[in-house]
Design a protein around this ligand. Structure first.
Ligand code: DQA
Length: 154
């Protein structure tokens, strides 16, 4: 009997966090909440397991390190969830890296950047994203995982 065609296993989704997100829980809790980044990671891992996905979770305060990680994702990951923190509003390098990665990327922000200072209203990286989720706190990461699970199943 002919073997059923097997799909190659889906590579892990990269969940990448930019500057100051390591301070979650302590940093302006009235804006970003009391959950720590470790809490967000645990919630992402649980949701990914439920969806049958693997995640790699990373954070850096350094733009070049984030660029390197996105470049590595081109080979090693199936999709990217990115909260680029303040680099969202400044970084052409992250936009270029995301475009070069040629992977589905979802941009996430804990806070509603459109309700805040004007300089936060513009994102350099949105043109490289399939979608943007802002203002829903850590739930945004879980919604992004759900969206990628659907996209990757196609
Ligand atoms: C953020 C919003 C950015 O404007 C800010 O610089 C951050 C966090 C968010 O998750 O709401 O560091 O990306």
């Amino acid at each position: 009997m002919a073997k059923a065609a097997q799909r190659p296993p889906v590579k892990p989704v990269l969940v990448l966090n930019g500057p100051n997100l390591n301070m979650l829980g302590k940093r302006q809790p009235e804006i970003y909440g009391r959950e720590t980044l470790a809490d967000v990671e645990a919630a992402c891992r649980a949701e990914a397991a439920r969806l049958g996905l693997e995640v790699e979770f990373a954070q850096s305060n350094h733009e070049g390190v984030l660029v390197d990680r996105i470049q590595a994702a081109r080979e090693g990951n199936s999709g990217i969830i990115i909260n680029a923190g303040a680099y969202t509003h400044t970084s052409v390098a992250l936009l270029d890296a995301l475009n070069a990665a040629e992977l589905p990327a979802v941009e996430v922000h804990l806070s509603n950047i459109y309700k805040r200072e004007r300089f936060r209203h513009h994102s350099y990286i949105s043109p490289a994203a399939v979608g943007v989720i802002a203002g829903l706190g850590s739930q945004g990461y879980l919604l992004a995982l759900q969206a990628l699970a659907r996209l990757l199943a196609r």
